[in-house]
Write a protein that binds this ligand. Sequence first.
Ligand code: HEM
Length: 392
Amino acid sequence: MAKEIPLNDTVTLSMLDKDPYPVYQELRRTTPLVRLQAIDRVILTKARDTHYVKTTPDLFGSHDTTTPMQRAFRGHTLMRKDGEAHLRERSAMVPPLSLDTITNEWTSVLTLIAHDFISELPRGDTLDLKTAFAEPLAARSLARLLGLDSASNEDLLEWAPALIQGAMNAARDEAVFARSDQANDAMDACFRSNMERFLQAPNSSVLSHMTHMSDPLPFSQIGTNLRICIGGGLVETRDGLLTTLYGLLGNPDQLEDCMSKAKWKAACEEGLRWVAPIQTSPRIVLEDTEICGYPLEKGQTILAAQASANRDEDLWKDPEKFDINRTLIRHQSFGDGAHNCLGQNIYRVFISAIVLPMLFDRFPKLTLAPSETVQFRGFGFRGPENLPVTLN
Ligand code: HEM
């Protein structure tokens, strides 16, 4: 007989926002599948279960038209579609985000962008790498890659949080939607003007590719899927980079090892494993089923916590530690299955082959500013709120 899913009524939203990792550690040990009262969802915390849910599309889908995301993104994005409908929209972005395109078309552009930012960082100063570096760097590189050259860094840094807060607006607060509406008006104008430009002068960007497809998507779908890249791509790139930097700066022996042996790829992957920038992903149960003997009902939304999966003791020794010398760093931070992240090639190349080596080449003695503390926050999206460093 199927078991009853345990209910946890002690974990609070504030605990999850401040630091979900002790909670996950305890849940993995005691109740790896549990209903968290604070979020009114069943959550899965073991790597085998989160992987299973993401890679079994017959039983667990993404098609959800009831989330605030649809309202906030001015349409139903590819991330919340399944099957053919998902594949058609995903295919429109695969070629411009492929490893070949990134390597052949974008490496030189991204190198110049990184060089511009890194060469302007003032040697000897103490500053917050989040606002002074990671945010504008992520914004500029994303604008070029997507084909939104006319958007300023400030535009993108307003649009991304407006979209994310709109997507998380479960209370459907009109003020939050008003902010995403305003951002969407500006984004639509930006998309249209750049599409006109690409009709005359195509390039390798995502929007140019979408403009020139033989069977193009409707404008609404081009826009809504570009918003996924803006919302996710900017905030996650920033958070992933800052987390990796914090891990390296907090472990000077590993940083030394990294610099002398060019272990930047390992550092990049370990940063992603250690603190997943997108911590959880929802899935809808498509048929009555069970996991580990616990019943899941058709229509129910469950949360796969890749952040917890990435620290599963079954896979990693001392998973709470940042350690670039792990033999296995196959994390789930870019998702799994049909919806795995389309931006993973660009992130990996940009951060591990360009940004990290260039930053530490210019500032080999970069250190955390001693008197400041670094605070991580977030349950859905997570990263450092600040990264004060001295540039030496
Ligand atoms: C550290 C950086 C990033 C992380 C950790 C990340 C993480 C993720 C995750 C976990 C998913 C899957 C969500 C799910 O299964 O429901 C996803 C999907 C996606 N990501 Fe990323 N992302 C990053 C950067 C980017 C960038 C830079 C772009 C665009 C240039 C991008 C574009 C997308 C798109 C379009 C999807 C939807 C794919 C689909 O539904 O088929 N991401 N990302």
